[in-house]
Ligand binder design. Structure first.
Ligand code: AMP
Ligand code: ZN
Length: 481
């Protein structure tokens, strides 16, 4: 019998084993991206952890069904599509495509189903109607429909919010930033009646033209693709309240049945000790960091250096540390291949899923750290203890070919569990964008011409793009800052 993953449950506040309610597959839902711009690396901390969750469950012998939605209609997508002069569909398709490119660069498994909110309008309308029929929702004078929080006695179970806090939060607009004609401040919108600024973005409904509220899409898509009760629901911690609390109210309120059996929330990624935000200029995307010479696997590695329950601080020092870690793994991998004489027969994710965690040897500790609440920080620590042992075996020439083959397989298994594709040293080599090379050339020319002012200006421009110039005797070198 294989060991099973134990994961902290936000609802129960305890570690619980992950198992399938239907005894067939672990059905889980992840709230996906809102596609109005590129996802930032904070979003990817959450998506990477959800990917490692899936890998750990599958590698320990259970099947999964993974659903992750795309939010392609809300206040932000409508506002930004209009600002760009594109239709909502064209605009959100473009950003969903960019999201998929980034997911591929980060080696994330593709969900089994990726439903769009705009393709599930009838399902959302049906659920709202059921809530109205059950006396849990009402239509206000302006045509919008609200969930009546006072009618759902379990409200606050997940976020542990009480009615006083709810009132205080609601008065600050925490539950729903849009102000329509609702009865109580803490009630939240299920259907928003059309406003002039919505333009063409509306649908017909029994309550007139409008669009769904923010929360109902997930409840409706979960019901359709996973059923009423399912194994696990996940997102970043910011979703605990109000989004997930409201999903529970909508889903349990309409079905009268249990909802998610387990709640998995990932703590936020911070940047230089603060919140990531566009206005502070510290919001990074995968492309930004590639532009500064960091391979996406380095970024991914840096995102798993802390346990998901703790805040993780992103810094360029942590990226550089991740790069050193990956370099070491790449070197060990190539040495083990050299000693073993070939790659092991089983070296791809699907093969490992079939075979399971056998003969992990030195790498068993890293695997056990994942099984214990997806502790990626501990897993990396254990992985590097194994690396150290093997490096000294290689240096001391005590590692035979058969043994090297076995350890190579262990190393590849753990890499697959973490979703880390170990890049070769060459692949990791800093890719300098052409634009940067051109600027550096111009700066060198300016310097040769003793045009110090221009050389200085170009140096500053390079620095603001994340690159520095090291002058050599009669040449120069470009390095990431
Ligand atoms: P959004 O595109 O804003 O709907 O967010 C997509 C996912 O990223 C959600 O699960 C959020 O909870 C999560 N998320 C947002 N910001 C961060 C952050 N700084 N760190 C980790 N996860 C985040
Ligand atoms: Zn959701």
């Amino acid at each position: 019998m294989l060991k099973t993953l134990k994961l902290y449950d936000t609802m129960d506040k305890s570690l619980r084993e992950i198992s399938a309610i239907d005894k067939k597959s672990v059905r889980f839902y992840c709230c996906g991206p809102t596609v109005y711009g590129p996802a930032h690396i904070g979003n990817f901390r959450t998506f990477v952890l959800q990917d490692i969750f899936r890998r750990t469950v599958e590698l320990s012998g259970q099947k999964t069904k993974h659903v992750r939605n795309i939010t392609d209609v809300d206040d932000k997508t409508i506002r930004e599509s209009q600002a760009s002069g594109q239709s909502l569909t064209d605009f959100t398709k473009k950003w969903a495509h960019q999201f998929h490119i980034d997911c591929q660069k980060l080696n994330l498994l593709i969900p089994d189903i990726e439903p769009l909110a705009t393709e599930h309008i009838p399902e959302q309308i049906n659920m709202i109607q059921t809530l109205i029929d059950k006396g849990l929702a009402y239509q206000s004078k302006d045509g919008s429909v609200y969930f009546d929080v006072s009618e759902f006695k379990d409200y606050g179970r997940l976020s542990k919010i009480n009615s006083r806090e709810l009132k205080e939060g609601a008065s600050k607009g925490l539950n729903d930033s849009d102000e329509y004609g609702k009865d109580s401040l803490s009630d939240f919108a299920l259907w928003k009646s059309i406003k002039a600024e919505d333009g063409d973005n509306f649908w017909e409904s029994p309550w007139g033209q409008g669009r769904p509220g923010w929360h109902i899409e997930c409840s409706a898509m979960i019901k359709k693709h996973l059923g009423d009760d399912f194994d696990l629901h996940s997102g970043g911690v910011d979703l605990i309240f109000p989004h997930h609390e409201n999903e529970i109210a909508q889903s349990c309120g309409s079905s009268g049945k249990p909802f998610a059996n387990h709640w998995f929330h990932i703590t936020h990624l911070m940047v230089d000790g603060g919140k990531m935000s566009k206005s502070l200029g510290n919001l990074y995307t995968i492309s930004d960091l590639e532009g500064r010479g960091y391979h996406p696997m380095i970024v991914k590695y840096s995102l798993i250096m802390g346990h998901y329950k703790q805040t993780l601080n992103f810094t360029f020092d942590s990226l550089n540390a991740a790069k050193i870690g990956l370099d070491r793994l790449a070197k060990l991998k190539s040495e083990l291949i050299g000693l073993a004489g070939s790659m092991p027969a089983c070296d791809r994710y699907k093969d490992f899923v079939k075979e399971g965690p056998v003969n992990l040897g030195f790498f068993n500790k890293a695997w056990c750290s994942l099984l214990e609440d997806l502790n990626t920080a501990k897993a990396l620590g254990a992985l590097f203890s194994a690396v150290k042992e093997l490096e000294s075996g290689i240096r001391g020439k005590t590692l035979g070919s058969k043994e090297a083959g076995k350890h190579l397989k262990g190393l590849l298994f753990i890499s697959e569990a973490l979703g880390i594709k170990i890049p070769t040293i060459e692949e990791q080599h800093v890719q300098i964008p052409n634009k940067i090379k051109e600027l550096a050339k111009q700066r060198w020319q300016a310097k040769m011409n003793k045009n110090w002012k221009e050389a200085d200006r170009l140096r500053k421009e390079l620095e603001s793009s994340g690159w520095q110039i090291k002058d050599l005797k009669d040449n120069f070198e470009i390095l990431p800052l």
